[in-house]
Design a protein around this ligand. Structure first.
Ligand code: NAD
Length: 360
């Protein structure tokens, strides 16, 4: 089955590998002599590129970058731009981003500024990228450990989703993407949250991915540049990004983005309650349902100080004051909440008691 979502500025195609969609799309939009570049990381080159080659006939020039968040930076963009110039990419060329959120975010950014912008499309290969990162036109890279500080809003020509790519994705990465799907339920659709927590990450299908995409795109279409309601999608990310920055800088095996967001959502659920927005029974319900999916991560005192240190760098801040998206019930969020600093710290302290599972 295939369909094109009409609720987005960019189309989303499903079951892409079984269909002619990509082939037809390229034939419709590009002249036969166009140069097609494919950005992969080392894993998606090995595991996903062979399938892409079966999906399109055109000759493809591969640009491979090392895998992982620590390579989502301007140095890697520099190497992408160098290869594009060496291989004579011009303004009519296309960049196909074949990978997880890192490849999609970075490839989208690299394409958007190369020769003042060439066209790009996403073929997301991780659950995180299918359900979230490839959708909505946020592109960018990190500055040292500070998340997504350099970037721009820029829409892909299209997003081609196929869960067949998930067959080679490690289970930890499936859990990672599941976190953002839970977030979509928590901020906008309580039924979806209940459905997801009742099945868990292993049973995710294309239908669930499609619901996530629809929730996210339904928000973005109303506010593509995050002036107001798009901020809903930042739930869990104010603490999550600060924790991810700390972990990227200090841990040998850093938290994945979705793991940091899970811990961030837990903290921000507690914070929502402390700020008097979320009733006791709702908080208890959400934490109980999410509990099986929390990462086992020990928040040390140093980590807690680290998170408080990174908070003023959040992109949503005004004059260094952190602003949060919080919850008032399952499926309903509230924007622009300025929070008491003691409440933030205490929420983190309470969250660490729940997260540190090996202590239980
Ligand atoms: N732009 C947005 O709106 C948005 C939203 C959410 C997350 N993000 C960003 O997305 C990034 C996280 O994305 P991610 O979790 O996909 O990370 P990732 O891109 O690093 O992918 C995770 C790992 O899985 C591997 N991989 C991906 N697909 C594979 C496959 N099919 N088979 C085998 N291995 C595969 C990758 O090589 C990598 O090692 C973060 O940088 C985050 O900031 C952006």
């Amino acid at each position: 089955m295939s369909s094109e979502s009409d609720s987005l500025r960019h189309p989303v195609f499903y079951s892409a590998s079984e269909q002619q969609q990509l082939r037809d799309f390229l034939a419709y939009h590009f002249k036969p002599e166009t140069s097609f570049f494919v950005l992969t990381d080392s894993n998606t080159h090995r595991d996903c590129f062979p399938l892409l080659q079966q999906m399109i006939e055109n000759p493809l020039k591969v640009i491979e970058v090392p895998a992982g968040e620590k390579f989502k930076n301007l140095d890697t963009c520099h190497s992408i731009w160098k290869i594009l110039t060496e291989k004579m990419a011009d303004r009519h060329s296309l960049l196909i981003n074949l990978g997880g959120g890192v490849v999609c975010d970075m490839g989208g950014f690299a394409a958007s500024v190369y020769k003042r912008g060439i066209r790009f499309l996403h073929i997301p290969t991780s659950l995180m990228a299918m359900a979230d990162a490839a959708i909505g036109g946020k592109t960018g890279v990190d500055l040292d450990e500070l998340k997504n500080i350099i970037g721009c809003f820029s829409q892909p020509m299209g997003v081609f989703i196929d869960p067949v790519f998930l067959e080679t994705l490690p289970p930890r990465q499936i859990n990672n993407g599941f976190a953002e799907m839970l977030k979509h339920g928590l901020i906008a659709e309580s039924d979806f949250f209940d459905r997801l927590t009742s099945i868990g990450p292993e049973e995710i299908t294309e239908d669930h991915i499609r619901i996530s995409v629809e929730i996210k795109s339904g928000i973005i279409i109303k506010d593509p540049f995050e002036k107001n309601i798009r901020k809903m999608l930042n739930f869990g990310h104010t603490i999550g990004h600060a924790l991810e920055s700390y972990s990227l800088k200090n841990d040998k095996d850093p938290l994945l983005h979705g793991e940091a967001v899970m811990a961030g959502m837990l903290t921000e659920v507690i914070l929502s309650w402390k700020q008097g927005l979320l009733p006791d029974d709702e908080m208890d319900y959400i934490i109980r349902e999410m509990d099986p999916f929390f990462p086992d991560y020990g928040i040390t005192d140093e980590c807690l100080d680290g998170v408080m240190h990174y908070l003023p760098h959040d992109k949503k801040n005004r004059e260094e004051v952190p602003y949060f998206t919080l919850l008032k019930e399952t499926g309903k969020s509230v924007l622009n909440q300025q929070c008491d600093i003691d409440n933030i710290r205490e929420s983190l302290e309470e969250a660490r008691g729940i997260l540190n599972k090996s202590d239980h």
